[in-house]
Design a protein around this ligand. Structure first.
Ligand code: ADP
Length: 269
């Protein structure tokens, strides 16, 4: 039974609230149902990887978390707060643009194509949103950005423009730029698939570092099965807008229970 938005809690309270909580979320483009009453939780500090065939709705999940897509039904809570919705007179209603902008600023996203601002240096790229969105002073934003560029191994190239950087280097700057907003969580969408094979490792090692040292909540879509297996706390296999199977990486990769998971893995591994 589909619930009306008004019947969902205004916010989630109590201990151990998940960082992300999709409740019966559906999304369609015209007649095409892309997410079908999806329920998905990501706990605080958890690294969850989404795998599955092309067109199964993986990117849509990330885009919905960035409030870039309208939800047709259901509610997504981020850190207990309903995404894309706000409270009005004790009820949930669709959020206005200002509210959406604030929510978007709390989630970091890195895409396959890094989209750095071409006319700014690596450092300026990182400083831009902390200054203009968070209202940090330039000095504060510079300190924060330099620390992050150092973390991703790009401090030496801080004053270079993107056109002078390799794809792997640009992607590392893009990760630092997202982190400079101190997001509640990071979303990674195929961040290595546009890269030359020899530079994939420098990007995956930054993500590995974020998992092992920074305990950041992350949701990652990837075709790199070995990396997903190594790095994830949990792997979700998507099929036709639903989670067909999920579990610990070793269980999913070594002993998948569902036929569709078995077929997918035997085709890609
Ligand atoms: P995946 O990431 O698993 O490849 P996507 O979430 O990108 O899948 O897409 C799921 C389905 O939704 C695909 O069939 C895709 O063609 C369709 N789709 C995605 N975005 C749009 C859009 N803006 N308009 C219409 N169809 C879309």
């Amino acid at each position: 039974m589909k619930k009306n938005i008004e019947n969902y809690p205004l916010k989630l309270t109590g201990e151990n609230i998940p960082m992300v909580d999709f409740r019966n979320v559906s999304k369609a483009y015209g007649d095409l149902v892309v997410l079908d009453s999806l329920n998905l939780k990501v706990e605080e500090g958890e690294m969850v990887t989404v795998i599955g065939p092309s067109g199964s709705g993986k990117t849509t999940v990330l885009r919905m978390l960035m409030a870039l897509e309208k939800i047709n039904s259901g509610v997504i809570y981020v850190d207990g707060e309903p995404l894309s919705h706000m409270e009005k007179n004790g009820k949930l209603v669709r959020a206005n643009e200002k509210y959406l902008r604030r929510q978007r600023a709390e989630i970091g996203m890195c895409f396959q194509h890094f989209n750095l601002f071409p006319h700014m240096t690596a450092l300026e790229n990182c400083m831009e949103a902390p200054v203009h969105v968070l209202g940090l002073t330039k000095k504060q934003a510079r300190e924060r950005s330099e620390e992050l560029l150092d973390m991703v191994g790009m401090l030496e190239k801080a004053n270079e423009h993107p056109s002078r950087l390799s794809g792997g280097q640009q992607q590392r700057v893009a990760i630092a730029r997202s982190l400079a907003m101190r997001p509640k969580m990071m979303l990674f969408d195929e961040v290595t698939s546009a890269l030359d094979p020899e530079v994939i490792g420098e990007v995956t090692s930054v993500i590995r570092k974020l998992v092992s040292k920074h305990n950041l909540t992350m949701l990652m879509v990837t075709h790199q099965m070995g990396f997903a297996r190594e790095i994830s706390d949990r792997v979700c296999f998507f099929y036709d807008g639903k989670i067909e199977e999920q579990g610990k990486p070793d269980d999913i990769f070594e002993n998948p229970q569902k036929e569709r998971t078995q077929q997918f893995l035997s085709a890609v591994l």
